[in-house]
Design a protein around this ligand. Structure first.
Ligand code: SAM
Length: 275
């Protein structure tokens, strides 16, 4: 049997007696037209190696496999392994399912163990409870994905892609955009998911910049943004006091009386470099 011949996702879930569990942040996409669109927007195709976090019933996994991509799917909920095993059997050796927690898994080791990598893309309808920590891991950790196509709660997606001066602009946006080009490429209403979450969702496409900051600069950026947005209503001379205050701002060519939300990503990188 090939992937195209598999029964519809809803039927597969019923056959395996599977229900969504809240503790695993499970909200499924059972419409393949939606998952195919996500994969298309992610620019994923034949020859790509993709790490998928949280395949669950496998809707996004099927769409990834349809493109000809090689997929390593990391799932924490062992209840889904038999179902995903069937999908793997239908995938001509292009799907490996790994039972693991994505927040601690070593992506480079997953690839190396299969003679793949180091280049791989990430695609995921993220479990909302760990979406932000996972993004920070991929932005600042040792494994740097070639691209990330990620479904978040709409509010988090807006923060990742927010511009300076907007209400959503903060630490997550600065760190994301210091490393990647980040865009919201698709909005999805809650009713697109089974069961529907309380809020709307959106897909963010992140592509690494040609020259991302070196690890030391990134770590300084994390310090500066934590202090600046920890007290976002205060002037930088005061919120950055423990890091050098007005003097640090002057070294970076930043107005010490400015507030964090008005400083663009480039300005924060200058502050980090001055630190
Ligand atoms: N990809 C499926 C879809 O679109 O229908 C499921 C998405 S659901 C929002 C999130 C999935 O991530 C679930 O399958 C859940 O069990 C899994 N998950 C939750 N926490 C995880 C973790 N720490 N590591 C790996 N998978 C996790």
């Amino acid at each position: 049997m090939s992937v195209a011949d598999l029964p519809p996702l809803r039927e597969t879930l019923t056959e395996h007696g599977l229900m969504a569990k809240k503790s695993f942040g499970q909200h499924f996409l059972l419409d393949l037209n939606v998952t195919r669109k996500i994969v298309r927007l992610g620019g994923i195709g034949e020859g790509d190696v993709v790490i998928e976090v949280g395949p669950g019933p496998g809707g996004l996994t099927r769409a990834l496999l349809e493109t000809g991509a090689r997929v390593i799917a990391v799932e924490k909920d062992a209840r889904f392994l038999p179902l995903l095993g069937e999908l793997s059997d239908a995938a001509d050796g292009r799907l490996d399912v790994v039972e693991a927690d994505a927040t601690t898994v070593d992506e480079a080791a997953l690839l190396a163990a299969r003679g793949l990598g180091p280049v791989a893309k990430i695609a995921s309808n993220l479990p909302y409870n760990v979406g932000t920590p996972l993004l920070i891991k991929w932005l600042t950790g040792a494994f740097r994905p070639a691209s990330m196509t990620l479904m978040f709660q709409k509010e988090v997606a807006d923060r990742v892609a927010a511009e300076a001066g907007s209400d959503a602009y903060g630490r997550l946006g600065v760190i994301s955009q210091a490393v990647c080009d980040a865009r919201v490429v698709m909005d999805l209403p809650a009713r697109a998911f089974t069961p529907p979450p309380k809020v709307a969702s959106a897909v963010v496409q992140l592509v690494p910049l040609a020259t991302p900051p070196a690890p030391a600069l990134l770590s300084a950026l994390e310090k500066v943004t934590a202090a600046a947005f920890g007290q976002r209503r205060k002037m930088l001379r005061s919120s950055l006091k423990s890091l050098g205050g007005a003097e640090l701002c002057e070294r970076a060519g930043i107005e010490p009386d400015a507030r964090a939300e008005t400083i663009d990503v480039d300005g924060f990188l200058r502050l980090a470099a001055a630190l």
